[in-house]
Design a protein. Structure first.
Length: 294
């Protein structure tokens, strides 16, 4: 029997560990080495064997060598494959030859719900705003889980203020922050946010893409507002966004007029074109921010 675990690295690993414990296997990740896997999966004098194989960094050559070994294993052999992000071809193989258990990364409301459930599981009592705050951080689940474990060491009630003071993850700077600063005419503040994003490793084109997506979504809401009134819930459903983000976008769209919207979209399109044709992408971004001023 071969069971594969894909999806979010933290969730897939936790599920694989739980399965190993259920089947009495020691949690020991093997490299994708055919000989080691074959030996571990086979029965021994001490009872049935079992292998847990780490495929996170398996090369095409390593997978090509391992695949026939897996296909030739007897049905009673037990192999757990930890493969959070398989290639498309390997994903198809896993679907055909293994019991594939996918654990996608929760997003938006699902991520907040995941944080809420983790807090309950760990016995952490806190206001809903704490789960909302942690769920909106641009951090992976493992990093958030580590912060939750740290919170279990605190004495006394958990308030949002205490959590913000203790959590080591930085709240995300986003297109909202950039747009808010630029539209308010605070160009130096906008450039400062841009610099902070770039220092965190964000690519200029990715920041441009985020700004373009921000205005494109705002344009969708603006067009809809010309025909009917929208509630925050309507905006979230229309854009398929987290309610908090949809609420902010709706408020932003209500302040727009057609001329400002067209100027902003044209400026962002021009900046993206400049960045993709060899010109300085940071300079293109700064010019776009200047053009976003109301």
């Amino acid at each position: 029997m071969i069971v594969s675990f894909t999806g979010d690295p933290f969730l897939a690993r936790r599920a694989a560990r739980a399965e190993a414990e259920l089947r009495g296997l020691e949690w020991r990740l093997l490299p994708p080495d055919p000989v080691q896997v074959q030996q571990a999966a086979g029965a021994s004098l001490f009872g049935p064997g079992g292998a847990i194989v780490d495929l996170r960094e398996a090369s095409d050559a390593e997978w090509k060598a391992l695949k026939p070994v897996l296909e030739a294993l007897p049905e009673d052999a037990l192999v757990l494959l930890y493969d959070p992000k398989p290639t498309a071809a390997r994903s198809r193989w896993l679907g055909q030859h293994t019991e594939k258990r996918d654990h996608p990364t929760p997003r938006y409301r699902e991520k907040v719900r995941w944080v809420t459930n983790e807090m309950k599981r760990m016995g952490l009592a806190a206001p809903a705003a704490v789960a909302q705050y942690l769920g909106e951080l641009e951090a992976d689940l493992e990093a958030i889980h580590a912060e939750l474990e740290k919170l279990t060491l605190l004495e006394g009630p958990l308030t949002l203020e205490r959590v913000k003071a203790v959590v080591a993850l930085e709240p995300p700077l986003s297109s909202f922050d950039l747009v808010d600063a630029a539209v308010a005419g605070r160009f130096e503040r906008a450039v400062g946010i841009l610099k902070a994003l770039l220092e965190r490793g964000e690519e200029p084109l990715r920041v441009l893409g985020a700004l373009s997506k921000h205005y494109t979504r705002a344009a969708v809401l603006w067009a809809e507002l010309q025909n009917r009134n929208l509630t925050d819930k309507d905006a979230a459903a229309l854009l398929k966004l987290h309610p908090f983000a949809a609420k902010k976008l709706l408020a932003f769209a209500r302040k727009l007029d057609e001329d400002r919207l067209r100027r902003a979209l044209d400026a962002l399109a021009e900046a993206e074109k400049a960045a993709k044709t060899g010109r300085d992408p940071v300079l293109a971004l700064e010019r776009a921010l200047l053009a976003l001023r109301g």
